[in-house]
Design a protein around this ligand. Structure first.
Ligand code: UDP
Length: 455
């Protein structure tokens, strides 16, 4: 049957060295005080997966650091049948404001029964008085019975968008029976919360990145070269390490050219095709820049037919480009078989970039943008959703209207022509990221939330 599994968290999370900037003295002191106050009370994080996706990635770092800080933090994963995850994927899309098939009474009953089963299994681990943070719509159904059992509950939603009505409104209504009375709702942006949750029970925690993770740690020039060779982007002069991806290109990337990059899943909302078209129609004619479009190898993401279709379209478009433009576009497929190596590959690609673009048509919160900020890359991103919270226009990056392709091309062109200005944006982005988007800030937010949950 489907149960609840406990995730074993190594002291150092994903094997990262703990960088000095993560756990400062103030944070340590607050954590010690909280640990004393907690006594034998434990802290549980509950999610529906420990692998894949940004939420899981973040929980590894964040929970590991909480344990290093002396907090009794644990992680439980609720298992369920594939049909349940198909339903919660629809909920997920709905909370992003996409059109989805209407929920039926059968959907309601199915959601209720699966999450009731999870709640019963969770109660075998979580004692009354413990703190439990339930993550995302997959766990929301367990809220009421755990509250009733005397567990101190918060529900954190990692998805969301502005606005109401439509699919978004219908999806929040679907979840209403479970969330209406949740003691604490945690959102990426205050405006992402459903109307029925009063302001006093809402809080905001912005997603963060871990500067010690494979994806974000410093790389030596040698490491970077080796990684770019292992994804096939530059010639492999070395030792024949296993490939960790491959690149579709006419010629390898020259070492001395400026590079515009977008790293994304092959999802229509990431608009990889729009980036490709803008680059080839506007930029390729006037600059020496090359374009990298990097994403997961579609062969490694078996359950995403949409991704494979988007990639196929990008590839077809690339094949029909005029030779000049085509020689300057590189399609990078990153293997997902080893997540540490995948993180290192993303890291190397981002660090090789002169400019990082994220031209999404919609975005709850773009981790790729935060990752590029930390690497002090100048950014050109769409002014939508969470990206508006992340980037301050003309100070930590450039915001463009997602449908204004000429403006997007112009912004890229300007940054290529004005390297001094671009570098200044990059430095400001890194400073801002250190202050607002590192896991240390998220840990501080968690400590505050735990304190409120205890009060
Ligand atoms: N990513 C990755 N490998 C890839 C493409 C993306 O590891 O081939 C990572 C990327 O670095 C980021 C995450 O996937 O950490 C994507 O998160 P984001 O919030 O940008 O978008 P989402 O995919 O959640 O819509």
């Amino acid at each position: 049957g489907y149960g609840v599994t406990r995730v074993e968290i190594p002291e150092n999370g994903q094997g990262a060295e703990i960088p000095g900037e993560v756990l400062g003295p103030a944070l340590r002191q607050r954590a010690t005080m909280l640990a004393e106050r907690l006594g034998t009370t434990r802290i549980w994080h509950v999610s529906s997966t420990a692998t894949g996706g940004g939420v899981a990635e973040l929980l590894w770092s964040s929970i590991a650091y909480q344990r290093v800080l002396g907090l009794p933090a644990h992680w439980l994963v609720t298992e369920a049948e594939p049909e349940f995850f198909r339903l919660t994927k629809r909920i997920h899309h709905g909370l992003h404001g996409h059109r989805i098939p209407a929920f039926t009474p059968e959907d309601e009953e199915f959601y209720r029964s699966v999450t009731a089963r999870s709640a019963a299994r969770l109660a075998e681990h979580v004692a009354p008085g413990d703190l439990a943070l339930l993550h995302d719509p997959q766990t929301a159904g367990a809220v009421p019975s755990l509250v009733e059992a005397g567990v101190r509950i918060a529900w954190r939603c990692h998805v969301g968008t502005h606005g109401g009505g439509g699919a978004l409104g219908a999806t929040w209504e679907f979840l209403r029976p479970y969330l209406e009375n949740v003691p604490h709702g945690v959102f990426t942006d205050a405006a992402f919360a459903p109307d029925y949750l009063p302001a006093a029970r809402r809080s905001v925690i912005t997603p963060s990145i871990d500067p010690g993770s494979p994806k974000n740690r410093e790389l030596s020039a040698e490491q970077q070269r080796a990684l770019l060779a292992r994804i096939g982007l530059i010639p492999d002069s070395s030792n024949g390490d296993e490939p960790i991806g491959y690149t579709i290109q006419d010629e390898p990337l020259p070492h001395d050219v400026p590079v515009v990059t977008q790293v994304s899943r092959w999802d229509p909302l990431k608009d990889m095709l729009g980036v490709l078209r803008t680059f080839t129609e506007d930029l390729a004619l006037y600059s020496r820049a090359h374009l990298l479009l990097a994403g997961p190898d579609p062969d490694d993401v078996a359950d995403d037919p949409e991704g494979a279709a988007v990639f196929a379209e990008v590839r077809r478009t690339w094949e029909t480009l005029p030779p000049d433009a085509r020689a300057r576009v590189h399609l990078v497929m990153l293997s997902l078989r080893d997540l540490t190596l995948n993180g290192l590959a993303v890291n190397a690609v981002q660090r090789r970039s002169t400019i990082v673009a994220q031209k999404s048509l919609e975005e709850g919160f773009g981790l790729t943008v935060t990752e590029a900020m930390w690497k002090a890359r100048p950014l050109v991103v769409s002014g939508v959703g969470g990206l508006l919270v992340q980037i301050r226009d003309k100070s930590t990056g450039i915001l463009v209207d997602p449908l204004d392709y000429p403006a997007f091309g112009k912004a890229l062109d300007e940054l290529l022509r004005r390297p001094g200005y671009a570098a200044e944006l990059g430095r400001a982005a890194r400073r801002d990221c250190r202050e607002r988007f590192l896991v240390s800030r998220e840990l501080t937010d968690y400590l505050e939330l735990y304190t409120r949950m205890l009060d």
